[in-house]
Design a protein around this ligand. Structure first.
Ligand SMILES: NC(=O)c1ccc[n+]([C@@H]2O[C@H](COP(=O)([O-])OP(=O)(O)OC[C@H]3O[C@@H](n4cnc5c(N)ncnc54)[C@H](O)[C@@H]3O)[C@@H](O)[C@H]2O)c1
Length: 325
């Protein structure tokens, strides 16, 4: 870790993770691997054993990323009482249920118990900070820090301030995530679903449509993605990809004479997809017939191994945050 990253993380030695399911336990592992002290608040009866077993699962990936992976539990504690959990912490990363009213009440309670300097971050996939903080007296330190699953591995964190977020808190959140090795990107305005999930949403609709129409099965569709746009987009985003697709004239030619012209015309005919019982059953049965039989832990291990290999192969391209030449 560089001295400047260590100096940033020094400001956030004590972190509360509120809600430690899929996302919260992954954040917990990453925070611990960076030497932060983590208190987990989650009412699940089995929370201690669940998080500890997740740490064991995630440890080989942390190691492969060059991070400490042993003895992480020494900086981990559990506190079922929310107010006690957040008292004295420097940062809260919230990963509870995706229910607007629940998040609103949670932040209103946290505000009364947390030190004034604490950074308040929500992992929410879709709920803006302005909405989440509507019951707070002072929402200046609240913003969304939306990771991509799993946060211990995928670089992106969408940093989305609300209307009342102090610009300093945005700067602090960006510095914090960057010091953890993430690629934080600030959204200029709030929009439901943020950016990456809106893109996934559009692609998933088309994927379901193609399965509904019988053009491909679910595993064929996955293969098509991982051997084409998945690879392409790990190196170039859609705009720079199509800039090259436009030839010497770049994007300008792409949209006026090239493929882009037809693409834009096709937007007017985007099919609506009804997730009815027939389609749901088709997707579930096709999944069961292919990767659905693989135990989830095995799938997650394979995903982590391949993702680490990809990150290594791409070297610092993500860390520098640019694919520009
Ligand atoms: N799963 C994803 O791919 C993903 C990706 C990015 C962001 N997110 C966001 O992260 C958040 C959590 O999602 P998840 O997939 O980890 O959900 P999850 O269901 O796996 O975990 C939610 C956790 O919150 C806990 N919880 C419930 N009530 C609580 C309370 N009163 N106090 C504290 N904890 C409580 C639950 O016990 C559970 O462990 C959501 O806001 C979601 O939108 C999810």
């Amino acid at each position: 870790m560089t001295d400047s990253n260590a100096a940033v993380l020094d400001r956030y030695r004590n972190v509360a993770v509120v809600g430690a399911g899929v996302i919260g336990s992954s954040w917990t592992a990453l925070f611990l691997a960076h030497g932060l002290k983590v208190v987990v608040n989650d009412p699940r009866a089995d929370i201690e054993s669940a998080v500890k077993s997740d740490l064991v699962e995630i440890a080989p990936t942390l190691k492969a990323l060059g991070l400490p992976s042993e003895g992480l539990e020494k900086n981990l504690r559990f506190e079922a009482d929310l107010e006690r959990a957040v008292s004295g912490v420097d940062l809260v990363q919230e990963n509870g249920p995706e229910k607007p009213e629940w998040k609103q009440q949670l932040w209103a309670r946290i505000e009364k118990a947390v030190p004034a300097h604490a950074l308040l971050l929500s992992s929410s996939s879709a709920r803006p900070a302005t909405e989440q903080g509507s019951q707070m007296q002072n929402a200046s330190r609240l913003l969304v820090g939306h990771p991509f699953n799993p946060p211990h591995l995928i670089p992106l964190v969408e940093v989305v301030p609300g209307e009342r977020t102090d610009p300093q808190a945005v700067e602090d959140a960006v510095a914090f995530y960057a010091a953890l090795g993430k690629v934080p990107r600030v959204l200029k305005k709030e929009i439901q679903g943020f950016v990456a999930n809106r893109l996934q949403r559009a692609i998933m609709r088309e994927a379901c449509y193609l399965v509904q129409e019988g053009v491909v099965t679910v595993d064929e569709l996955d293969d098509i993605v991982t051997s084409s746009i998945g690879m392409r987009w790990a190196v170039n985003g859609p705009f720079s990809s199509f800039h090259m697709g436009g030839g010497p004239g770049g994007l300008a030619a792409f949209f006026t004479d090239g493929l882009g012209k037809n693409m834009v015309a096709a937007w007017k005919k985007v099919p609506t997809v009804e997730m009815d019982d027939v389609l749901r059953e088709r997707i579930i049965s096709q999944t069961a017939a292919s990767f659905g039989k693989i135990p989830m832990e095995q799938m997650e291990r394979t995903r982590d191994n391949r993702q680490v290999a990809l990150l290594r192969a791409l070297g610092n391209a993500h860390a520098s945050g640019t694919q520009k030449q």
